[in-house]
Design a protein. Structure first.
Length: 283
């Protein structure tokens, strides 16, 4: 009777080496596929938000929701100046309530509350990290419906689940951080009518508050290099801008990436913010 012959050590090593080689090829490809899928979803979300702006303008004599200095604005009197750029991703603020006690919507939230958007998830990029581990401010949807990372909340009462825009959860910085934010910037250049904004201008785009929060990156850490930005333009098209000049930070301009503190980047400085927009336009 013949005895079954097992694998020799050399044969096992060869098989292991082949498997390792295949994994080295497949794993990066899967990672790239996931990144691409996030980019596609981000672009689709942005396109839906942009369509809401277009439909709103068609139904309201070409008007768009203006940018407000949200902490002090009134709906009836938008500012005659450009507010600080970080206002452009804010949607609800504790200073702004309706007579019934509900929070007033601002910016992209207006299109949602008026029925032009069914699901506020479209205001968020899926590549945005689901943690505040490397940056204090949360920009992901789940946080604003009570289903975020538990360690991201300073008040346990803000965890559990609720409708977007009905609760203003505070992050780890405490009660002063209680807001509802999107991960997209919404910017209309001080205009009140869509027809006044040039067609080549970016209107809705990935978060550029700080270098650390740009969602699409070449690696997973905050110190990795950004891949690019998804951008919705006034004329209605969406593109992924990946010219690395966008992220050039010679002499700490305009990203100021060597300063990791909150409030040091384009979101807090209009000149830096406008420089990033010029680069998006290829200027």
């Amino acid at each position: 009777m013949k005895r079954n012959r097992g694998f020799t050590l050399i044969e096992l090593l060869v098989v292991i080496a082949i498997i390792a080689l295949l994994l080295s090829i497949v794993v990066p490809a899967l990672s790239r596929a996931k990144d691409y899928a996030r980019r596609v979803t981000c672009s689709n979300n942005m396109r839906q938000a942009g369509l809401a702006v277009q439909l709103y303008a068609q139904n309201n004599d070409q008007q768009v929701v203006p940018n407000y200095e949200i902490s002090s604005a009134t709906i009836a009197n938008p500012p005659a100046y450009l507010p600080a750029p970080f206002n452009s991703y804010m949607c609800y603020h504790p200073n702004q309530t309706k007579p019934d006690g509900d929070y007033k919507p601002f910016h992209l939230a207006v299109y949602y509350e008026q029925g032009y958007i069914d699901d506020p998830r479209v205001f968020y990029c899926p590549a945005q990290p689901r943690t505040t581990g490397h940056y204090a401010i949360p920009y992901y949807y789940e946080f604003y419906v009570g289903k975020g990372n538990p360690s991201d909340y300073s008040d346990p009462a803000h965890r559990g689940g609720y409708l977007w825009g009905t609760v203003l959860p505070a992050d780890t910085r405490g009660s002063g951080s209680a807001l509802v934010r999107t991960s997209f910037n919404y910017w209309v250049y001080g205009q009140k009518k869509l027809e006044k904004i040039p067609s080549y201008k970016p209107m809705i785009f990935d978060n550029i508050q700080e270098w650390e929060v740009v969602p699409h990156r070449k690696g997973r850490g905050a110190n990795s290099i950004p891949q690019g930005l998804s951008v919705y333009y006034t004329d209605g098209h969406v593109s992924f801008c990946n010219d690395q000049y966008l992220f050039d930070d010679t002499n700490n301009w305009p990203w100021n990436k060597t300063d990791p503190s909150v409030g040091s980047g384009p979101g807090n400085y209009l000149d830096r913010f406008e420089e990033v927009l010029r680069r998006i336009q290829g200027q």
